[in-house]
Structures are given as C-alpha cells and as structure tokens.
Unconditional design. Structure first.
Length: 265
C-alpha cells in the first residue's frame, strides 16, 4: 500500500460523496487531513469523525470561489500540520439544463465553482509549495476531480461538461508550468457515482421533463459502463491514494479514467 503516513492533505468538498470517502480512507492510511467544505459545521463534523476513528484531521469552512478563503484554508493546514503536501480540488456543483436553456447565471454558477475554484486552488497551492521549498521542503501534489464529462460532451449538461474540460486543461497547463519545481498536477475522472451530486442531476432531468421516474437518468447513464454497474465513492479511493502518494511522483499532467468503462480514450 502507498505510504501516506504523516502526509498533510487538504481536500475540498470533503464532507460527502467522493470527497468524504477519500478523506476517511487517507486518514486511515495515516495522513493528516484538512476536511474543507462550504459548510463549516459539516467540515468540523467530518474532522471529528476522523479523529474519533483514530485519525488526524481539522475541519475548515471554505468557499472555493473566494481566494482569501482558499488562502486561509491552506495556511491553516500548514500551521496545524507543519506543511501542505497535497491539495485535492474536489469541490464541485452540477446542474441539468437543456442546451438552449442555459443562462449566463447558470453558466457562472457552475463554472465559478468547478473551473474558477480549481484555478484559485491550484494557484494558491503553488504559492504554498514555493514557500515551503524556500524552507527546504520542495515539491507538492495537486489532484483535481474531473469527470467523464471532461472527455465527452453530454446534453443537457453542456456547461457542466465545459467546466470539467477546463479542469483537464488547467491540470495539463499546471503540469507544464511547475514540473521543474517538483510540483505535479493530475486529475481523475469519475463516471456515474452514487453521490448527492448525481441526485441533483437526476432530479434536474425530471424537472426538465426529460425523464419521469426517480433514478431513471442515473440508471440510464450507469448502464453504459462495461463493468455493469454505477460507481460508489469507494471506487475512487484507490486512484486517489495512488495520486497522493510517492508512487505517482513521476506522473504529471494526466487524467485517469475511473468510470467502470463508460468512456474509452
């Protein structure tokens, strides 16, 4: 198993779904986790649960669209655990809209979190890693949550897809920009995962009269996976563990598909 003992790992969107599964698993591996979420109370509860299970964690409230809050999150992690080794930009939102119904407000809502939030997180993480390098602790890892929607455009999720395509583009650009400093940037691309986000997407399909039954959209998308089922958050833990560990030190700029075989690239 990759060695994560005493790694300081910050995870945004860490109180539910994929983020929570990763936080709990990496804490069990010995990492010190900063559980970050828009809902500070939920973040603190998530950290308390990790500590109750014998792990090390703090909870931090953060709006990833606000640079000062992202800066404060990273500073708090470094202050508490001595440094930051890994940032998971995992926070995200989804919205179902037919292509011709997407408004400017819809676009900004989705892309401000999924794309701008990732950009800010990456920028501030690099600043943190550079400061640490001056103190003799060089390098750092940025891991972004993308999606199959970063590789295929799906209607009626065009603006969500655009935001996730942007995540892949920024991951590649950052890898080229900062690789010589020992800073890596990679992302992973989940498929249809049984999380609260997919409940929002599925409800959106019903609200837009595109489906009539609960879970109809979810089941329809999941049926295209060649492994024959939808994903669970635990299915993403292995790739997250690998990307956060030294086992992936010579990997950067990559997008790993973990979708049960929905999209082949």
């Amino acid at each position: 198993m990759p060695n994560l003992k005493d790694k300081s790992i910050v995870i945004t969107g860490a109180t539910g779904g994929i983020g929570a599964a990763i936080a709990e698993a990496l804490a069990a591996d010995g990492a010190a986790i900063t559980v970050a979420d828009l809902n500070q109370e939920a973040a603190e509860k998530g950290a308390a649960a990790i500590k109750a299970a014998g792990g090390s964690a703090i909870g931090v409230g953060v709006d990833v669209r606000q640079r000062d809050q992202v800066r404060a999150m990273l500073d708090k992690a470094a202050e508490t655990f001595g440094r930051v080794d890994v940032l998971f930009n995992n926070a995200g939102v989804a919205q179902t809209r037919p292509f011709l119904s997407i408004t400017e407000e819809d676009w900004r809502f989705v892309t401000d979190v999924n794309a701008l939030g990732v950009l800010i997180g990456m920028q501030e993480a690099v600043k943190t890693f550079r400061r640490q390098a001056e103190a003799g602790h060089g390098g750092g890892k940025i891991i972004n949550t993308a999606s199959i929607a970063a590789k295929q455009g799906y209607e009626p999720l065009a603006h969500y897809c655009a935001s996730k395509f942007a995540v892949v583009a920024m991951t590649q650009a950052a890898a080229r920009a900062f690789g010589k400093e020992g800073i890596t940037a990679n992302c992973f691309c989940p498929g249809v995962v049984a999380t609260p986000m997919w409940e929002v997407i599925d409800k959106g399909f019903r609200d837009e009269k595109l489906t009539t039954k609960e879970n109809e959209a979810f089941d329809s998308f999941a049926a295209t996976a060649v492994l024959g089922r939808a994903s669970q958050p635990a299915d993403l833990v292995g790739v997250a563990r690998y990307l956060a560990s030294s086992d992936s030190d010579f990997m950067t700029g990559q997008s790993l598909m973990v979708d049960g075989g929905m999209v082949f690239i």
